[in-house]
Ligand binder design. Structure first.
Ligand code: ADP
Ligand code: ADP
Ligand code: MG
Length: 662
């Protein structure tokens, strides 16, 4: 067994790997860049080595610096985590001459599977079902149009070196092919330094289901069942679960067998994942193989009781797998939510900044697990993936896992950057999600206008009103005590309020003092008990016998309450004040139609117009790059450009004006 492992990664996955090393009694070396100086991973590891500047190329992608760090600290093995150098065959082979063991597959298997075109060819030979398409490099837009026509629309234009959902575009018609091709090429070039593109059929309304495999040096290959990762935005997973409601045991066995066959075909060793898409008829097709530990590996760990990092380490150290396929048991259900610093109200654009408040829910052995690599005060920077943590819940069945996820998300308090916690709660509370009716279009189909449109059902609405009134009474009570400090004045029964929620007014009356019973509207009486105090950001209340958590933020002149995937601006008025509301002047929103504003912080790549140009609706105006994604900004109306206020290469702030129209 290894004595010392260097973890060539950062954030949650570095912490995750260190945890298992500690359990196995192996010492650990963390590596870090400027922005990760005080990160939890650095604190957890026995030793740490500074790599360099924050840009990944200067730190986590610098092969030479990382190998040097392993040599100086005397590490005998290296775990690459995911992303960064984890699927870099060249890196794995450089390590071979240093005596440091790479905890992962051979460079040959990485190379064979790292390229989507090559891996598809190998999969075909191994009799694995593949997506119909053209198995070769497409080098011009004309070529792309011709091939797409042959395949039949819609088609998926993909980077052969792709990963993380980047360099991938769907074309529904011939007219879209050349734009899609150009964007895919650019993205592939900037993200992977490899602009080879291929085209395959776009499978409509598919589910993403993948098989976790594990193989040792002795030819033993097992699979650990499936994970369904259909809940995606921008072709990137956000919620994953194991098992999948969509598979019957026959399909599961067939997919498992094909995954193992593919692993054998490339003499695979270590943990790996074979990704499939499954169409509406249950037919499955190979997408790609990831030759590394996957972000969503915890759900498999929860249902199999296995530690995948431990198994990877054991296999790399030369141990034989200690179990066979028949020993693998899937028990219960696990769900993972990826908590990202991104704004679901702005098309899931990454958000950066300091986590001014970070209070994760409590972990519970066997039912709530949090894999995180941040703490209060950590900074989410532009340099890396904006994932904050992974929240994993387990239950005897799917419903229990979902209920636990809901309650944990309600308690997850993150401020300082935008985050998707309440969006995740909205997804898992969605009826279709509960019914297991998933597809990779789930988010775009069910939340077509983004996150804004979610409206609470009346039960949830009443719960939120009750919590708000309780809070309001406590605040008011204190204010009045301060003013009138010798009088222990209390909120009286029959006190009446009007609660405004998204501009909808509801009358509320306290029917029994001591905050206990509240009449909402005409006929809903709710009992609410809570020991919430002023200043607590979480209000935990027992409402009609059940415990719920609400997040409370002061937002003058009212509050924002977050609960059950819903964020509401809410205000409490006296009857008199509410009556005067109708005569208050309305605030007029700024007219943004006369300018092109940057929808996100990013880099201005290009501007395609000059002052004086006449533009038509739908015409390209500029390209903004954020987190390695290029986004075209189109004109939303016909007009004439008055002034251009930014230049290519400029860093743009969100809402910064790029150009003005006449
Ligand atoms: P897939 O490649 O199929 O999307 P995963 O869902 O496991 O597989 O996502 C892995 C992705 O996470 C990588 O492709 C990369 O974009 C991103 N990533 C890389 N390094 C890190 C990191 N240290 N922390 C968070 N995300 C990362
Ligand atoms: P990456 O390496 O970026 O993870 P994948 O090939 O695994 O790339 O695809 C990522 C996601 O894109 C899939 O989970 C699926 O949602 C979607 N996708 C990829 N190829 C297709 C296709 N041919 N048809 C439909 N969806 C696809
Ligand atoms: Mg993939």
């Amino acid at each position: 067994m290894f004595k010392k492992i260097l973890i060539a990664n950062r954030a949650e996955i570095a912490c995750r790997i260190i945890r298992t090393c500690k359990e196995l009694g192996i010492s650990t070396v963390a590596v870090f860049s400027d922005s990760d100086m005080d990160s939890p991973a650095v604190k957890m590891a026995d030793e740490s080595v500074y790599l360099g500047a924050s840009a990944a190329a200067e730190s986590y992608l610098s092969q030479q610096k990382i190998i040097q760090a392993a040599l100086t600290t005397g590490a005998d093995a290296l775990h690459p985590g995911y992303g960064f150098l984890s699927e870099n065959a060249n890196f794995a082979s450089s390590l071979q001459n240093t005596g440091i063991t790479f905890i992962g597959p051979d460079p040959e298997s990485i190379a064979a599977m790292g390229d989507k075109i090559e891996s598809k060819k190998i999969a075909q030979e191994a009799k694995v079902n593949t997506v119909p398409g053209h198995l070769g490099v497409v080098d011009t837009a004309e070529n792309a149009i011709e091939i797409s026509r042959d395949i039949g629309f819609p088609v998926m234009i993909k980077a052969s070196a792709g990963g993380g959902g980047k360099g991938m575009r769907i074309a529904y018609a011939e007219s879209e092919v050349s734009d899609c091709f150009r964007l895919a090429v650019n993205e592939a070039k900037t993200s992977f330094d490899d602009d080879r593109i291929f085209i395959e059929k776009y499978i409509e309304q598919p589910r993403h289901i993948e098989i976790q495999i594990l193989a040792d040096n002795f030819g033993n290959v097992v699979h650990l069942g499936e994970r369904e990762c259909s809940i995606q935005r921008r072709h990137q997973k956000v919620i994953e679960e194991a098992p999948s409601v969509a598979l019957d045991s026959e399909t599961r066995d067939a997919m498992g067998k094909q995954a193992c066959d593919l692993a054998k075909a490339v003499k695979y060793r270590s943990a790996g994942t074979v990704e499939f898409i499954v169409d509406q008829y249950g037919k499955f097709y190979f997408l790609e193989m990831n030759t590394r530990l996957q972000v969503e590996h915890p759900v498999t760990e929860m249902v199999t009781g296995l530690d995948l990092v431990e198994l990877m380490i054991r296999v790399a150290s030369g141990e034989k797998l200690s179990f066979t396929q028949d020993d693998v048991m899937i028990n219960g259900w696990a769900i993972e939510s990826r908590v990202y610093a991104e704004d679901p109200k702005r098309n899931f654009l990454p958000s950066i900044g300091r986590l001014t408040h970070y209070k994760p829910p409590e972990e519970k052995e066997g039912s709530v697990r949090i894999d995180s690599g941040v703490m209060e005060g950590s900074e989410i920077s532009i340099f890396y993936d904006p994932m904050i943590s992974k929240l994993i819940t387990y239950g005897e069945d799917r419903k229990e896992a979902i209920d636990r996820m809901k309650s944990a998300l309600d308690k997850y308090y993150i401020r300082g950057t935008a985050n998707n916690a309440s969006f995740l709660a909205a997804v898992i509370s969605h009826t279709k999600f509960l019914e297991g009716q998933l597809s990779t279009n789930f988010i775009s189909d069910e939340f077509p206008d983004g996150f804004m449109s979610v409206q609470p059902i009346s039960e949830v609405k009443n719960r939120i009103i009750a919590a708000t009134v309780l809070m309001y009474m406590r605040i008011k009570n204190r204010q009045e005590n301060v003013i009138n400090r010798f009088d222990s004045f209390c909120i009286r029964e029959n006190q009446e309020f009007v609660v405004s929620m998204n501009n909808e007014l509801t009358e509320v009356r306290v029917t029994s003092g001591q905050d206990n019973k509240i009449l909402i509207g005409k006929d809903t009486e709710i009992e609410i008990i809570s020991n919430w105090k002023i200043g607590d950001v979480l209000l935990v209340a027992c409402i009609s016998g059940k415990t719920y958590t609400f997040q409370i933020d002061r937002k003058n002149p009212g509050y924002v309450i977050t609960h059950g995937g819903i964020e509401l601006e809410i205000r409490v008025f006296s009857r008199r004040a509410a009556a005067l509301l109708s005569v208050m002047p309305e605030k007029i929103a700024l007219d943004k139609s006369k300018s092109l504003i940057s929808p996100m912080p990013g880099l201005l790549v290009s501007i395609s117009v000059e002052s004086g140009d006449k533009v038509r609706t739908g015409e390209e105006l500029a390209i903004v790059e954020a987190m390695k994604m290029e986004n075209i900004l189109y004109s939303s109306s016909d007009g004439t450009v008055k002034r251009v206020l930014a230049a290519p290469g400029d860093s743009l702030a969100v809402d910064q004006v790029i150009l003005e129209f006449e």
